[in-house]
Write a protein that binds this ligand. Structure first.
Ligand code: BTN
Length: 243
């Protein structure tokens, strides 16, 4: 995998968006700081000793027929790397990784489309060595350092993730879906009540599962819905009292 490093950049996702046509498939760009880091829903991603990186997936050999699969693929990769570090994590479909009920990783998937899809950019922010969080995030966010009680080497972590991701990417291209088994077995939303918008309507339901295509299976009072991460916005999730 080709690696590009910046001490400071506006956003690693934006860099790949601007330069994808001159870069190889599976180029990774990482930075120590971002001045305009992006989160989902137009939010900012404010960094504080985080691991910030983006991976470019170019449209080659039909590898982008289901672009949203890539959030779950990288989430499964990171889950495995954390496990080797003795960190127990859960995947909050489709974009977050949770440790001790708090968010440790955020994933932002962006696509560039002209006439057809050109590339997908997987942007990942891992709270690595941050010790303190702003007051509004104290109950919601954690870092690897807070969970392990020691500093983590960001470069080594990145190299472990990229090595593992390359293997997982090649398996994915061969239609092997081990990543879905990992997500289903370590699935944060299972049996939780969720509020989400879908086709401009708001729904409430209980999460039953993730199916073999990576769709979220939710039971509402009226029906069972199969939700694609590109079509649905999860607004809230909370433990089902019965679970
Ligand atoms: C989220 O949870 O809202 C997703 C956050 C994604 C942040 C990462 S940091 C590296 C990459 N570059 C960006 O501008 N954003 C992503």
């Amino acid at each position: 995998m080709k690696l590009i490093h910046f001490e400071t950049i506006s956003s690693t996702n934006q860099y790949l968006k601007d330069n994808y046509s001159n870069l190889d498939n599976l180029t990774c760009v990482w930075a120590n700081h971002q001045t305009n880091g992006r989160g989902r829903f137009g939010r900012n991603w404010v960094d504080n000793d985080d691991l910030l990186f983006s991976i470019l997936i170019k449209n080659e050999n039909n590898n982008l027929s289901n672009p949203t699969d890539y959030s779950l693929l990288i989430a499964a990769t990171i889950y495995k790397v954390f496990k080797k570090m003795n960190l127990e994590s859960f995947v909050k479909w489709p974009n977050d990784i949770i440790i001790n009920s708090k968010k440790a990783v955020g994933i932002l998937l962006e696509a560039v489309t002209t006439n057809e899809i050109q590339c997908v950019i997987i942007g990942i922010g891992i709270n690595v060595n941050s010790k303190y969080f702003p007051i509004e995030l104290i109950d919601k966010a954690t870092s690897l350092k807070n969970e392990l009680a020691f500093d983590v080497n960001k470069e080594k972590l990145l190299s472990n993730i990229l090595n593992e991701f390359e293997v997982d990417y090649n398996s994915y291209l061969k239609n092997e879906n081990d990543y879905l088994k990992i997500i289903r077995n370590n699935f944060y939303l299972k049996n939780k009540e969720v509020v989400f918008s879908y086709e401009k309507k708001e729904y409430q339901g209980i999460v039953l599962d993730i199916d073999e295509k990576g769709l979220l299976v939710v039971k509402t009072s009226e029906k069972i819905l199969y939700l694609n991460s590109g079509e649905v916005t999860l607004q809230k999730s909370y433990s089902n009292k019965k679970a």
